[in-house]
Design a protein around this ligand. Structure first.
Ligand SMILES: *Cc1c(COP(=O)(O)O)cnc(C)c1O
Length: 393
């Protein structure tokens, strides 16, 4: 115990200790913390529908009709009608033969990669892919080749190199929108490479789903290549305002996952209320209200980025609702986040291991439900705090 306490104290000394902050309200554009109101700039509830009446009503109705718990894993007795309706809705939305729901995005990435690949196989993975992809690659036992972030030339070199001694299946895997940089994967180039080298392409669209594309179908819709992504993975916990995750793919791949994916097989399935809320969320996101919210989000993003760019801030190449402000070391990053909090703005400072050492950043995320006035106030306060932090340093 003493050793553990020392290691916590050491983390604290390095400005690296992580703690939890209790939110006393819904994930709105403003939240209540310790009885005070804060402008929320670090939620992934991008479209602001986590407390939408349609989702709440769907969750309540399904809970009343089917109960709270699903009772078992899907392969035992927990495969309820509402799981099947949601999977049909996802496949329809994504234009694939089938879909499979997972309990979370973390569980999905673990289970999909482990379920499809074995030690004979090779994964080509972007260097900034999410931790759950990294863990899935490790679990699969496949050979892993990491290519520099969004670098198609380097990826092709790796593919050509591996071609000399190819055996097994190949999977190229990328985030659609990168969670800590807010930039977007070059999907058309990845599609060309996966075709040339006969690999599967998997896109983790945790941050692109609901936000990108005219109907919110994500990064692949944005680039017009929905038909060329073999495995479209996404989550319901972010723009869709609900919880859980999915993969949409050809039926054969889905059947393999049902039979082999350990995070799917060995875990109790999601509760009916959550699944019904996800169905309502797809309806909302793909309809007129979704389009309206996407354009509000885009207006907010443009204003925020414009104000920060005038100051010459490094925004890590962000082109999405995730807007990082590069700081560098952990202390000034966390110092700035603390000052912003004092001034009523809640956004997160991001440190290793989430990002590489020396690339600590303030990561702001915009929501469709922020007003332009709130966005302008947030940008101005952020600019003042960061400039002050660097003036002291
Ligand atoms: C959030 C996230 C996940 C995990 O999804 P959860 O449903 O929160 O477990 C996976 N991949 C990426 C890129 C993410 O940002």
């Amino acid at each position: 115990m003493k050793q553990l306490e020392e290691s916590l104290a050491e983390l604290k000394g390095q400005g690296m200790l992580r703690t939890l902050r209790e939110i006393e309200s819904a994930q709105g554009p403003r939240v209540r913390i310790a009885g005070q109101d804060y402008l929320l700039l670090c939620s992934n509830n991008y479209l602001g529908i986590a407390d939408h009446p349609d989702l709440i009503e769907a969750a309540c109705k399904a809970t009343r009709d089917f109960g709270v718990g699903s009772g078992a894993s899907r392969l035992i007795s927990g495969s309820m009608s509402v799981h099947h309706r949601l999977e049909e809705r996802i496949a329809d939305f994504k234009g694939t033969e089938a879909a499979l729901v997972y309990n979370s995005g973390y569980a999905a990435n673990n289970g999909i990669i482990q379920g499809l690949l074995c030690s004979e196989d090779t994964v080509f993975s972007d260097s900034l892919n999410h931790a759950s992809i990294i863990d899935g690659c490790r679990l699969s036992g496949a050979r892993v080749r990491i290519y520099p972030h969004n670098d198609l030339v380097a990826l092709e070199q790796l593919l050509a190199e591996e071609s000399q001694t190819r055996r097994g299946r190949w999977l190229i895997i990328t985030d659609g929108v990168f969670s800590m940089d807010g930039d977007v994967a070059p999907l058309p180039g990845l599609v060309a490479l996966k075709q040339k080298y006969d690999a599967w392409l998997m896109v983790d669209d945790a941050h692109g789903g609901g936000v990108l594309g005219a109907t919110g179908r994500g990064t692949a819709e944005h680039f017009g290549c929905l038909d060329h992504v073999d495995l479209q993975m996404g989550t319901f916990g972010k723009a869709f305002g609900s919880f859980g995750a999915y993969v949409a793919a050809r039926r054969t791949l889905i059947e393999v996952l049902i039979n082999r994916s350990r995070s799917f097989i060995f875990s109790t399935s999601l509760p009916p209320g959550v699944l019904a809320a996800s169905i309502a969320a797809i309806d909302l996101v793909s309809g007129e209200e979704g389009a309206r919210r996407r354009s509000q989000l885009e207006a907010n993003r443009q204003l925020f980025v414009k104000l920060l760019k005038v100051e010459g801030f490094d925004l890590c190449g962000s082109t999405s609702q995730i807007v990082p402000v590069m700081i560098g070391d952990p202390e000034p990053t966390m110092g700035a986040a603390a000052k912003l909090f004092e001034q009523g703005i809640f956004l997160s400072g991001i440190r290793p291991p989430t990002v590489a050492p020396g690339t600590c950043r303030l990561r702001a995320t915009l929501m469709a439900t922020h007003t332009l006035t709130q966005v302008r106030h947030a940008a101005q306060t952020l600019i003042a705090v960061v400039n002050e932090e660097f003036a002291c340093a």
